[in-house]
Design a protein around this ligand. Sequence first.
Ligand SMILES: [Zn+2]
Length: 263
Amino acid sequence: MSGKRRIPWIRIAAALLVGLAVTAEILVRGFSHSHGTPFWLRPDFGGVRSGVSYVYVARTRDKLLMFDAGGDPEGTGIIELLHLMNASPPEVSAIYLTHGHPDHVASVSLFKNARLWGGSGDARLVEGKTLSKRALPRLLSFMVENPPPSKLTDLLPANFRSPLSGWLTLQGWPAPGHTPGSFFYLLDGVLFVGDTLNLSGGVLSLGNPAFDDDTAEKERSVARVLQMLDGEKVDYIATGHGGVTQPNTARRLLDDLKPRLRH
Ligand SMILES: [Zn+2]
């Protein structure tokens, strides 16, 4: 008898759980198709929230470079930003990925003429052939719409420095930990850190470890890259989910972070 009485409660609990999961999925998917208002760091250097993450675009003398491809497969916010820069998706010549999580690669296929650069450790992640090692990102990747398949066209060399047109140089450093192929980039005083660092309430931090493959390795990577950055001009830090630092705060925020690193 008691077993029979329990069944309706089990059914109600199961229905509630399914209802919650469906609501969460609808919310997450709805958010992944949303975008923010494009903003400017300086003329010809802008950013926008695309889905859950930020995308940045820089125009050099002869190229249009993009950093990450956001979480919205339709890329509406990015197209809006490009429009404001008097540009369109076919003009993007290269996309540099800070890492290969699905919420940073969703609109890659919209940019047909762009080379896709990323760390070799994330090649399979970009192709959707492997998932993060950790439970939370795995769960989220099931809930976020799968991006159309993409493939790295070029693998980033470690600690590279490549001259662009004019006096500009793009620099990059491997920063494994959040994912195996995570990278930092520095272009014209703007440091792109992806999810390796987070900005919240004006404070730069190592972000939520629940989303990292290997947090200890991430801390070692950050300490190493910060050393490399010692003599470099850093005006802004552009993060994957926390937006960009305020003017004239980047160097202080990096110095404040150093003593908080355990490695
Ligand atoms: Zn990530």
